[in-house]
Design a protein around this ligand. Structure first.
Ligand SMILES: CC(=O)[C@@H](O)[C@H](O)COP(=O)(O)O
Ligand SMILES: NCC(=O)COP(=O)(O)O
Length: 249
């Protein structure tokens, strides 16, 4: 079963926010993505609301509930009290916890599970108690997976930024994909599901999925939005799904 595709709407929101105008519409583009076969929508609201605004979340929830009830809403962020309250207010199917500093330009590392286990355990328990699947952003370090599993999380999301950085170095990409694959295998052996994300593209997905046969979901924003400008959202979603191994729609 190929990995599911969750479309990250952050980059579309960032383009919208260049003007005090409501376009491009995050919900309309989300609708096009789901109608074309995306399994879900992802947002990563940051405290300064520089792309996704807190007010976008109920609109995306309403879109899914009214038109795509099988779709999943994945909300990513640092587990501050404000973030947890915001996420729970829109009943996401999945929350992905990311160790981001508010000043960070974008996510650039996974959790240090040994150091942050005590922070993560109660948050994971609270979210799971509310019926939310919990995923934790993780670096390609197989030996850290026992501490990840000890948090009680359902899944990890492998940080694929370093892998994507080898876009012009096939040998480096192969090496990094092997590490990601080993980490995924260690996670799966401990009962964790495996997601992946950051800077994934149509070009770099096939090697990644060859190394992670049980990959459950990828969330993709930047590269997918870039392609959507060229091919349109619907055709872009079809291209990414094919790169994941889904049959031609
Ligand atoms: C968790 C992660 O990998 C990020 O890709 C993130 O969700 C994107 O955030 P920005 O859109 O703010 O770069
Ligand atoms: N969870 C990772 C994610 O959503 C990826 O976003 P992007 O790096 O593709 O913009």
């Amino acid at each position: 079963m190929p990995a599911e595709l969750s479309v990250n709407l952050n980059a579309i929101a960032m383009l919208r926010n260049r003007r005090d105008l409501p376009w491009p519409s995050v919900t309309d583009l989300g609708r096009q993505a789901l109608a074309a076969g995306a399994h879900g929508l992802t947002v990563h609201p940051r405290p300064d609301q520089r792309h996704i605004r807190f007010s976008d979340l109920p609109e995306i929830r309403a879109l899914i509930d009214s038109e795509f009830p099988q779709a999943e809403f994945n909300i990513e962020g640092y587990p501050s009290d404000d973030f947890i309250d915001l996420a729970l207010s829109v009943r996401p199917e999945q929350v992905t916890l990311v160790p981001d500093d508010p000043a960070q330009a974008t996510s650039d590392h996974g959790w240090d599970f040994a150091a942050h286990g005590d922070l993560l355990k109660p948050v994971v328990a609270r979210l799971k108690g509310e019926g939310v699947r919990v995923s934790l952003f993780a670096d390609a370090l197989p030996e850290t997976m026992p501490a990840a599993a000890a948090t009680g999380a359902d899944r990890i999301e492998l940080y694929t930024g370093p892998y994507a950085g080898f876009f012009d170095d096939p040998a480096g990409a192969e090496r990094e994909a092997a590490w990601l694959g080993e980490t995924a295998a260690a996670a799966a052996g401990l009962g964790l599901g495996v997601n992946a994300g950051h800077d994934l593209t149509v070009a770099n997905l096939p090697l990644l999925v060859r190394h992670i046969p049980g990959l459950a979901e990828v969330s993709i924003g930047h590269g997918l939005t870039a392609d959507a400008l060229e091919y349109g959202m619907a055709e872009t979603v079809r291209r990414f799904r094919r790169a994941l191994g889904h049959a031609r729609a």
